[in-house]
Design a protein around this ligand. Sequence first.
Ligand code: PLP
Length: 399
Amino acid sequence: MALQLSDIALSISPSATLSLNATVALLKQQGEDVISMGVGEPDFDTPVHIRKAAKEAIDAGKTRYTDVKGIPELRQAVADHIYAHKHLRYSKDEIIVSSGAKQAIVLALQSIINPGDEVILPAPYWISYTEMIKIAGGKPVIITTVPETEFLPTPEQLEAAVTERTKAIIINSPNNPTGNIWPRELLAAACELARKHDFFIVSDEIYEDLCYDGYSQISPAQISDDAKQRTILVSGFSKAYAMTGWRMGYASGPLFAIKAMGSIQSHMTGNPNSITQYAALTALTASQDCVVDMAHSFARRRTLLLFLLAQNGLRPGVMPKGAFYMLLDVRHYLGKKCGDVVIDSDLKFAQMLLEKAFVAVIPGAPFGADGFVRMSYAVSDIQITEAVRRISSFVQSLE
Ligand code: PLP
């Protein structure tokens, strides 16, 4: 027998984050005190009132299939939430809830991409986008950016990436892994290109509630009416409400695209988990103090991490303005040796840092950020302090 997997399955790379997690788990099993700055999730528990709503939903028998696009009350609450935060008006029919922002992005791409269509993807990018584009049959067109432009593409680079096959651009602001936020002028340039060449904008706004130093996130859909009509805005509950395991995200956009996403979802997973939907409804409609409190903690940790890094002569690739990540510049250490091992890449740097100093960070290369590693500061102040101490002594030991 010569059973063959599909071309798409063979083209998909496993997540770099997950393989690192496996090494971390192994080291922990061996009793090592590993500080994991690799994970992309808040270290907080889901707030009590949200958990309570889920328990009540179970007891009230909210355990059956729901409307495939999500219960109307939740879709209305999402529409109200978007209006309150961004003054963008969507009807509940222009909203779909899915099993995580991840699924919403895949559905968005599957709804708009034909085989061979191109999707513009500025680097550094969240690891999953390239694979999601491929799953949808598309081709990622990556724009390489540099620290000198704060890892943002220039309007000229955006324009140069457009071809006759361009079907969409993915914008992720605040960005994973850089923590940078797209300024209004750059968004306006991208929206103008989308209008001129008639393509979609997929805007991943999952870190919208985590912005610092007075910066705030702007959605491309806020730039103009035309931009709103071609934007599929995606967000979710994982990061702002510490609900990663619950799997709840949403998308808003033009009715025809949201309808198509609903049709695909109906055959793929059906509705997202009914109990999670009721928990999410409470998350949106109850007090938002928990979101503010968690955002304050991330802000404090970011300040601490930046201060300690500077004190130890370590540099972020770009000043992070949002999310809970930053890129650490490790280009200076490439070519140096750790014992007998030459640090010839950010991957090797991350491997040796984990093996020798027991600090887990993610290599930048899979994010399109060669020469950098991604640190997540969704860990305690004590862990941040100890991690920087270890990183500092690790880099000093390199020869
Ligand atoms: N978008 C970005 C940029 C992310 O970093 C992540 C998770 O790390 C997601 C989407 C996925 O969110 P969810 O847990 O809602 O699927």
